[in-house]
Design a protein around this ligand. Structure first.
Ligand code: TXA
Ligand code: MG
Length: 343
């Protein structure tokens, strides 16, 4: 693999980056592209050989299916077969949340290679809202398969420099459009119709579109316990989005038992000096998820960036402060728990 090229996108140069990316995608190559959630590693979804390169570059096991991204609502019929019983609900969800960070699991169209869906009968689909991603998928005129552009099990990249750290030398191109505006991967749901009632939405992964937002259209429930025939979906695996440094989610400050001579960093929520976490210990380093007034939205954008920063700080452990588990806080706590489950 030649060196990884990085193409920086300023608004006026978007055209060039988009056409270079499309040229590579048409040639069956993989490229890292910005989305509003996290950077994705893109391939032509209809080209199984190209899709195989995604799994190789990420060292991702083939049992973990990819999300297919489409250019417009009208393209949904080319990648999925929407059952009559949920057609109205799908239309409402699309009208409310697309383009944007909501992924729908639907019965798959036969044109989608089995490798994309790991042999499942369903396909995960979304329409990204990022102007660069939208321009690429539109110009390519084919659906794009794209997981987050990190090595398997690691922290998702929310900037081009984070992609470099994950995949440098493994892919030919990274399109750099700055930081992602959401910072957490899309919300993933499947839909179960109910006779005469609002449908049930099974939440496969919490994300930027919150339970509160979805509740207008259906009843949100957790995915049932993983059964034998259910997908082995690493989005559902306990250890994921993990730094190399052990991360401990400290739900109760009084449980902290520092070991002599060890270096601890704090991933604080607001970083306020008078909070129960900042004053708990003489921390090597403190990073705040929401130093401004952005609260949970700001925390979501900064979460993976700060996890990465603390991971690179040579600490013995990262201590993470919980955030309130409402709205976006559900997705943030989900990522913190998974990052912590390795430790
Ligand atoms: O925001 C996002 O969703 C980003 C950007 C790039 O679009 N993509 C992303 O992809 O997070 P990835 O591959 O890192 O996570 C996709 C998750 C995986 O946990 C996978 O198991 C699950 O979606 N998934 C994909 N297809 C599925 C299916 N048919 N049924 C159940 N889960 C599925
Ligand atoms: Mg991922």
């Amino acid at each position: 693999m030649p060196d990884t090229r990085i193409l920086y996108v300023a608004d006026d140069e978007m055209k060039e980056a988009v056409s270079v990316a499309c040229e590579l995608l048409r040639a069956g190559e993989i490229v890292a592209l910005p989305t509003e959630t996290v950077y994705g590693l893109a391939a032509d979804a209809l080209n199984a050989e190209a899709v195989a390169k995604i799994f190789a570059a990420k060292e991702r096991p083939s049992f973990d299916p990819l999300i297919v991204h489409i250019a417009s609502r009208g393209d949904l019929k080319n990648v999925a077969v929407v059952p009559e019983e949920i057609a109205e609900t799908v239309n409402k969800l699309i009208a409310a949340f697309w383009p944007g960070p909501l992924t729908l699991i639907l019965p798959k169209h036969p044109d989608i290679p089995d490798l994309v869906t790991s042999g499942l009968a369903t396909v995960a689909v979304r329409q990204s809202a990022h102007p660069v991603f939208r321009a690429v998928v539109k110009e390519l005129n084919r659906p794009i398969a794209a997981p987050s552009a990190n090595r398997f099990g690691r922290i998702s990249p929310t900037s081009a420099s984070a992609v470099v750290k994950e995949l440098d030398g493994r892919i030919p191109l990274i399109v750099d459009a700055g930081a992602c505006s959401e910072g957490l991967e899309s919300t993933i749901i499947s839909i179960e119709p109910r006779e005469g009632k609002k449908p049930i939405f099974r939440l496969h992964r919490a994300g930027p579109i919150t339970k509160e937002q979805l509740q207008e259209y259906g009843r949100v429930e957790k995915v049932r316990a993983v059964s034998q025939d259910a997908p082995q979906a690493p989005g559902q695996l306990a250890s994921h989005y993990a730094p190399v440094t052990p991360l401990i989610l400290l739900e109760n400050p009084s449980d902290f038992r520092p070991e002599e001579g060890k270096r601890y960093g704090l991933l604080s929520y607001t970083g306020e000096d008078d909070g129960p976490y900042v004053g708990l210990h003489d921390w090597e380093q403190i990073e705040s998820l929401s130093p401004g007034s952005g609260k949970l939205a700001e925390a979501a954008i900064r979460l993976f960036y700060l996890m990465r920063l603390l991971d690179e700080a040579g600490l013995d452990a990262i201590i993470a402060e919980p955030v309130s588990e409402t709205g976006l806080g559900v997705a943030i706590m989900d990522r913190l728990r998974r990052a912590a489950s390795k430790s």
